[in-house]
Design a protein around this ligand. Structure first.
Ligand code: SME
Length: 160
């Protein structure tokens, strides 16, 4: 199978609609979560500007363990409630952090990171993991990014 990724056009809401459609097409008919997470990390990393890390952590029933990603090598295990990822996993609410240095307990995997957004992945009421994006720019992510990335996360969950 070949997959062509078209450039995103229009305003940022429209771009996220196109990105979500690309995500849905990429995972269609494929239930393997590692394969889908790998392709979605690549899709998003290459589609959106000003990112230094995009990837997944999976919940192993005890803590978060790093999964497929694009970017520099990352912390392998994160306890629930720790850092931005562990907070998103524990609260099951998306965390938008404009300045990671001001976030209590932020886990610095890549010193370049200035801001971060983490979307919790919950399937049929069960915690699956989190979808994490880092940017070297402060205040990189807003509500449009949050809602767009939550839609991409739903595409991942729908394929499970
Ligand atoms: N900064 C995250 C850790 C994961 S890395 O950014 C890839 C956190 O505080 O949970």
């Amino acid at each position: 199978m070949s997959f062509t990724v078209a450039d995103l056009t229009g305003d940022r809401t429209e771009q996220y609609q196109q990105l979500t459609a690309q995500a849905e097409a990429l995972v269609a008919g494929e239930p393997d979560r590692v394969a889908n997470a790998a392709n979605l990390a690549s899709l998003v990393f290459h589609a959106l500007p000003d990112l230094n890390w995009v990837g997944f952590y999976f919940y192993d029933g005890h803590e978060l363990v790093v999964g497929p990603f694009q970017g520099k090598p990352a912390c392998v295990r994160i306890a629930l409630g720790k850092g931005v990822c562990g907070t998103a996993a524990q609260t099951r609410e998306t965390q938008v952090v404009p300045d990671v240095h001001a976030f209590p307990g932020h886990i610095a995997c890549d010193g370049d990171t200035g801001s971060e957004v983490v979307v919790p992945l919950v399937h049929n009421g069960e915690l699956v993991g989190v979808f994490d994006l880092d940017s070297p720019k402060p205040d990189r992510f807003d509500a449009i990014d949050q809602h767009g990335l939550e839609a991409v996360a739903r595409a991942f969950l729908a394929a499970l």
